[in-house]
Design a binder for this molecule. Sequence first.
Ligand SMILES: [Zn+2]
Length: 276
Amino acid sequence: MTSGGGAAQIEAELHESYEIVGGAATAGLLLLCDHASNALPDEYGTLGLPASELERHIAYDIGAADMTRHLAKALGVPAVLTRFSRLLIDPNRGEDDPTLIMRLSDGAIIPGNRHLDAAEREKRIARFYRPYHDAIRRTIFRCAAGGRMPALLGMHSFTDVWKGTPRPWHAGVLWEHDERLAMPLLAALRAEADLVVGENEPYPGQYEGDTLWQHGTMPGRAFAAIEVRQDLIRDADGQQAWGERLARILSRILGRPGMVERFAMRSGRQCAGPVT
Ligand SMILES: [Zn+2]
């Protein structure tokens, strides 16, 4: 990272657990892609699944990684992406969440997770889960040290059909507690004439312990998540088109007078007593 002159830069970094895409520390935005990869370390094989299962949404968010890269590049902002499958361990859960390591996902039993003992669970947390979250924390602190607290944007994708029912939304914005990024993003997406946009669809705004709860809600940072339907970003053209569409929308939002300054910390929820 360079210092001074307002040119602080987050450097690219590659780790077994995560990848950091470099970008301007002071851009006011950090992208987080929890379900970027369907990769499994060699010693885990396919977790006992047919290889075809690893190509499905149960292993990762189809299209999300390259959409994130296009968006990061177009805006010049940093991004943190995972390099392991959510089937190994889901980074978008609290460490004590019973679905942290899934034994069953959308009808598929995951043999490699069926008889998981405490030691194996701790091993996956230490090797994959924590380094990813530590990388997010470190990147946020570097951005803040550059003079600007970034808003966090979670980048996800969802299946076009769920349990036999087609989903109508092209994209959804998930949010809770903090409107600073979520409301302008939702309004801007809704202003796109060709889109059906969900608010806290197809998922609720937040689960206790998830990535944006850990790094957004609890410390009091601005955040939102975007979910894009997988049939729209399944191929390279779609990933690029959506990355560029979101870049156009977000550059306008970030460029509004006073907008990025509003992302300065607000009091978090740690002192508000236990979250129920
Ligand atoms: Zn996801």
